[in-house]
Design a protein around this ligand. Structure first.
Ligand SMILES: Nc1nc2c(ncn2[C@@H]2O[C@H](COP(=O)(O)OP(=O)(O)OP(=O)(O)O)[C@@H](O)[C@H]2O)c(=O)[nH]1
Ligand SMILES: [Mg+2]
Length: 483
């Protein structure tokens, strides 16, 4: 089995891998079934000492992927703790790459605790958070980007986050990184051969080296360009609800959440702080921020709220600019829209709220007028009633539309969504820019090689070959126990 040996050799404080580890792999609490997972050399012995199959055969002889029904016993007293299934996996064909067993018992705290204890009595030690996946990584079953995808998959709350994690787990990012690395290794080889055997192979072919570096740099840049999309798919779209006091921003937040989250009153200036909540919109997490109504005010608290509203608008992916249709577009609305356009052009969706206060005839004359007044400052206008819910679905579609590609199904391109990966890509980019300059100046091959190696090391941080022990520790420590 290919081991990630660079790390393997470096580990000094990491707990020894020859210990057998055990943990409850299912979520804690009451449930139909719980699974206790054991990995390591002693798995087979542990199975033998605490499992009595109904068939009477010996767990010691089970081949991989065998499942047997039987009783789980206390290895000391032989008391039956529970009945259930024992699944056996044999190295290297298991999640961790080691000998493993899984005990499926009845869910619930008392049973799982007691059965976990039984595995410890039989020779296992308690697993640390993420230790199973860490072993899978150290044993070369998966690389670091895939291991991180396991944690992302477990944490995924929306369909888009799940899909993103799944693609990464299948190794798409790793494959792209590997192919960029291959390009750079090839470049390095071409440089080194001219250093070592210049008599035989002649001088360095600078144009060829430049082309290869440029190609790698372009591919790194492509990955870096996916930053916004990656963040949106992973963390959600930031949507700020902005407008004058009383136009119905908090009502809109509540309507989109289908719950009375924010306080709504007829008093202008009700909302003073940001009220933030996440909604699920067609499988995308949408982080909605209701804000204080924007106006000039002497009230110290409200003024801070207004400042926060501006900040929320500045950092939002989409601004829902709310107007009260009953009042029409006021001078204050126009001023606010102009201000929003300076920071958020192209990100504004105009919400014409309170359409229930107008008759259908009034609405058909009002809407063109409003759109005329707003002019080209907004690309999309949606008339709705936060109170009755009319038009909410149109707003949801408008939000999805304005996100465009970011939410597209079946994206072919690889999207990077992890801050650690971006940091590594930026480092790689910086090294490649240096390499490009050095190659353009036609400096000796040694100089170019240093920067190409720098880029290779940076890319290795993503897949894990060049990562240090403390980073590995930090990554896996964020996992849950049992994964
Ligand atoms: N008829 C009608 N009234 C609405 C609608 N949306 C909000 N309102 C009313 O408008 C008033 C203000 O609503 P809010 O949601 O508190 O408005 P806001 O923009 O959050 O106000 P501030 O927090 O003060 O900035 C309340 O009396 C709501 O019931 C709507 O769609 N139709
Ligand atoms: Mg409000």
């Amino acid at each position: 089995m290919a081991q990630n040996s660079a790390i393997w050799d470096n580990r000094t404080t990491m707990r020894l891998q020859d210990e057998t580890i055990s943990a409850v792999a299912t979520a804690s609490g009451e449930g139909g079934i719980a699974i206790i997972r054991v990995s390591g050399e002693k798995s087979r012995l542990i199975a033998e000492s605490l499992f009595r199959p109904l068939r009477g055969d010996n767990p010691r002889v089970y081949v991989g992927y065998t499942v047997r029904y039987g009783n789980f016993l206390d290895p000391n007293t032989l008391e039956i703790i529970d009945d259930g299934l024992l699944t056996r996996f044999r190295a290297p064909h298991s999640y961790t790459g080691e000998d493993c067993i899984e005990l499926s018992c009845h869910g619930g705290r008392a049973t799982t605790t007691r059965l976990l204890q039984a595995t410890l009595q039989a020779g296992a030690r308690l697993a640390e958070p993420g230790e199973f996946t860490q072993r899978a990584f150290l044993n070369g079953r998966i690389d670091l980007a895939q291991a991180e995808a396991v944690a992302d998959l477990i944490r995924a709350r929306t369909e888009s986050a799940r899909r993103l994690a799944r693609v990464q787990l299948e190794g798409s990012l790793s494959a792209v990184i590997s192919s960029i690395k291959d390009e750079l290794v090839g470049t390095l080889a071409a440089i080194e051969v001219t250093i070592d055997f210049s008599d035989e192979v002649g001088e360095l072919e600078y144009p060829l080296i430049q082309k290869r570096i440029l190609n790698a740099k372009g591919r790194v840049a492509q990955l870096l360009q996916t930053e916004d999309r990656g963040r949106i798919l992973r963390e959600g779209v930031r949507v700020a609800i902005i407008g004058r006091p009383n136009v119905g921003k908090s009502s809109l937040l509540n309507a989109l959440l289908r719950t009375e989250r924010a306080i709504v009153t007829p008093i202008a200036g009700t909302t003073r702080d940001i009220v933030e909540e996440t909604a699920n919109l067609a499988g995308i997490a949408v982080v909605l921020a209701d804000t204080a109504g924007i106006r000039n005010t002497e009230d110290v608290v409200e003024r801070i709220g207004v400042e926060r509203a501006h900040t929320a608008a500045d950092s939002a992916d989409i601004i829902l600019f709310v107007i009260d249709l009953e009042e029409g577009v006021t001078e204050a609305d126009s001023q606010l829209l102009t201000r929003l356009n300076t920071v958020g052009a192209g990100r504004i969706v105009c919400v014409l709220n309170k359409c229930d206060t107008l008759t259908p005839e009034e609405l058909s004359t009002a809407l063109p007028q409003v759109q005329d007044t707003l002019g080209s400052q907004v690309a999309t206008c949606v008339a709705l009633s936060a109170k009755s819910g009319i038009g909410l679905d149109s707003l949801e579609s408008a939000v999805l539309n304005s996100l465009g590609d970011a939410v597209g199904q079946g994206q072919e391109t690889v999207i990077v969504a992890n801050a650690r990966h971006f940091e590594a890509l930026r480092q790689a980019q910086a090294s490649l820019i240096e390499a490009e300059c050095t190659a353009n100046l036609q400096l000796p091959g040694d100089f170019i090689a240093i920067d190409v190696r720098g880029a290779l090391d940076a890319l290795g941080l993503i897949t894990g070959e060049t990562v240090t022990e403390d980073i590995i520790h930090r990554i896996f420590h964020d996992f849950c126990v049992g994964k």
